[in-house]
Structure formats: C-alpha cells, structure tokens
Design a protein around this ligand. Structure first.
Ligand code: ADP
Ligand code: MG
Length: 232
C-alpha cells in the first residue's frame, strides 16, 4: 500500500467578500504532497497561491473542503492546538523576511524554539547550526537590520527550518530579491530536501524548475494531472 501523503486537500474552497463582490480565491482544490517532496506552486499574481499556503499552514480556513496535514484535520483546529500546529508542524517563509529588527540573527532564529519551551542553551546551539546551514554563522551577532535583504531572507529560512518542521511553506521567498540573490535562496531551499517536505509558491518558472514537481494554479483552480514535470 502507498504511504499516506503528508498533505491531502480535497475540494477546498475559499471565497473573499470585498467591495461588494465575491472572489473565488480557491475553487475545488485537490492536492496530495508526499512526505519528502519538493513541490512548486506556480501561478501568476492573484491566482490564489498565498491563500492556498495560508489554508495549509493554518493561517486561514477554507469555506469548504478538507485540509489534512500529517493526519491533522487543519481546518478543524482552534485555539492552542492551532497555535501548536503552526509552531511545530509548519515552517513558514514569506516574501518579506519579517525578522525582529533589534534582535540578532541568532536570537531571531532561536525565538521559535523558545516559544516551544526549549531550554535557552539548547535553543542557542540549534540556532547556530541552522545559521551554519544557511552560510551565515559569521553574521550571528548582527542585528537583523544590519543585514542585507538576501541575508535577512537566509535568516528567515534558518528560523523556519530550526524547528525541524514536517512541512516548509515558502511563499514567493525570492520575491524581493535580485536574480543572483534569488538563486542562492533557491539553492538553500533545495538543500533542505531530505530534511523536510517543501512547498514553494512562485510565479517564476525558473524557480519552479528546481522542484520535484510543479503544480499550476490559475484563478483559484489547481492543475496537477498532466503537468510537465519541472526540472529534473
Ligand atoms: N483578504 C482578502 N480579501 C479579499 N480578497 C482577497 C484577500 N486575499 C486575497 N484576495 C483575493 O483572492 C485572490 C487570490 O489572492 P492570493 O492568494 O493573494 O494570490 P497570489 O498569492 O497568487 O498572488 C486575489 O484575487 C485576491 O485579490
Ligand atoms: Mg501571494
């Protein structure tokens, strides 16, 4: 028997009401992602990528359909279990790094571990290792406002991966970076393969090419079936 997919979405619907009109941000979305896969979610601006990532990551809730991640019924979570899900199961990287400006790189990376109740010494060691894995050990003590945009995004990656999340969600992680810096971020995300399952949202076909598989989203509808498999 095939192993259960880590992520399983069925019939996911999400509508927004804005300015008197209703926008179907997600329509009948079915998606399976196997443990260990690196999937690119490819679609133009406004196609529903962020909405889909939010629904999977427990930042948003579908109006209909089911969202299962690692056997957890994500759409049904409320309160503490939802907070724990976001903190432990999911690593999130957004278009903007969202670091705490006055905290050092190491403090930013250790923060989620502290929220998880890890002892400070262990959190510091893990933060150091995560910063090594993104090549930033030399910037550990820099406060985040003293880092370049690309460096800040590497710290954000370290902060997402330090928790060893089952699922890493990266929403247009190179959206604010020049192409050379973007390539370095993409290489780093690839280097996390084998450590976690990854979904990367992007409008950039070149970025999608690094994935095991690309799924396309357009007007809230997902196309998986006959997709030309990206990259390798
Ligand atoms: N909070 C919101 N309120 C109203 N409409 C929204 C909201 N968030 C997203 N939308 C709409 O839903 C659609 C999908 O948005 P989004 O998921 O952000 O797309 P993408 O990330 O692919 O650019 C867009 O048409 C957008 O305008
Ligand atoms: Mg988006």
């Amino acid at each position: 028997m095939m192993a259960e997919p880590l992520v399983q979405l069925r019939g996911v619907e999400r509508r927004y009401l804005a300015g008197g009109t209703s926008v179907a941000a997600l329509q009948g979305v079915d998606l399976d992602v196997a443990e260990g896969e690196l999937v690119a979610l490819l679609g133009p601006s406004g196609s529903g990528k962020t909405t889909l990532m939010g629904v999977i990551g427990g930042l948003d809730r579908p109006d209909a359909g089911s969202v299962m991640v690692g056997g957890i019924d994500v759409a049904a979570l409320r309160g503490d279990p939802l907070a724990v899900y976001r903190l432990r199961t999911i690593g999130f990287v957004f278009q903007s790094p969202g670091l705490v400006p006055l905290m050092s790189a190491a403090e930013n990376v250790a923060l989620p571990l502290q929220l998880m109740g890890r002892p400070p010494a262990g959190a510091e060691t893990s933060a150091f290792k995560a910063l090594v894995s993104v090549g930033l050990e030399a910037r550990m003590r820099h406060r985040s406002f003293e880092l370049s945009g690309g460096e800040q995004q590497r710290v954000a990656l370290a902060r997402a991966i330090v928790k060893e999340p089952r699922l890493l969600l990266a929403d247009e992680p190179t959206g604010q970076l020049d192409s050379e810096t973007s390539a370095a971020i993409v290489d780093l995300i690839r280097s996390f393969r084998g450590r976690t399952t990854i979904i990367v949202a992007t409008h950039d076909e070149a970025i999608a090419a690094m994935a095991d598989r690309a799924v396309k989203i357009e007007d809230g509808r997902l196309f998986t079936g006959s997709m030309v498999s990206a990259g390798k």
